[in-house]
Ligand binder design. Structure first.
Ligand code: HEC
Length: 119
């Protein structure tokens, strides 16, 4: 009987912890989506319902497309965002460094990866 009680409590705590982790993940995705709408949507389609479509001469990959590339990972996205520079040799346009904090980089990466259809 006691053992059953302990097992039940342990299972309950486990469920509660996973729910907390899931909430933290959701919060990060929501923050990343907001940031992407504000900072990245000038040049990328970041969400199908964004208010303004990018108006560039050049095509940029949309976030759903980036997310669904084979082998795409949060590490790749974070690394790209953090190491990208304005590069005159690839004119008309390369992606400028958006100068985000580490937290913002990880949030925007969580958002992009949340668009992946087959995890
Ligand atoms: C001034 C325009 C501009 C802004 C703002 C911008 N990007 Fe980009 N981005 C580009 C262009 C152009 C490319 C494709 C050329 C290249 O790879 O540099 C690109 C490529 C990328 C790629 C690489 C996709 C691939 O092909 O593998 C990622 C990831 C990305 N952007 C994420 C972001 C995120 C996240 C933000 C917002 C924090 C953002 N971009 C803001 C112009 C922009």
């Amino acid at each position: 009987m006691n053992r059953l009680l302990i097992a039940t409590v342990v299972a309950g705590v486990h469920v509660a912890l996973s729910a907390n982790l899931a909430n933290a993940e959701d919060a990060s995705i929501t923050a990343g989506r907001q940031l992407a709408l504000e900072v990245c949507s000038v040049c990328h389609v970041v969400a199908p319902d964004q208010r303004f479509a990018p108006r560039l001469d050049q095509r940029t990959p949309n976030f759903e497309e980036i997310a669904n590339r084979p082998g795409m990972s949060a590490e790749f996205v974070s690394h790209f965002i953090k190491t990208t520079h304005w590069d005159e040799s690839t004119i008309p346009m390369t992606m400028p460094d958006p100068m985000l904090t580490d937290d913002q980089v990880s949030e925007v990466a969580s958002y992009i990866l949340s668009l992946r259809k087959h995890p």
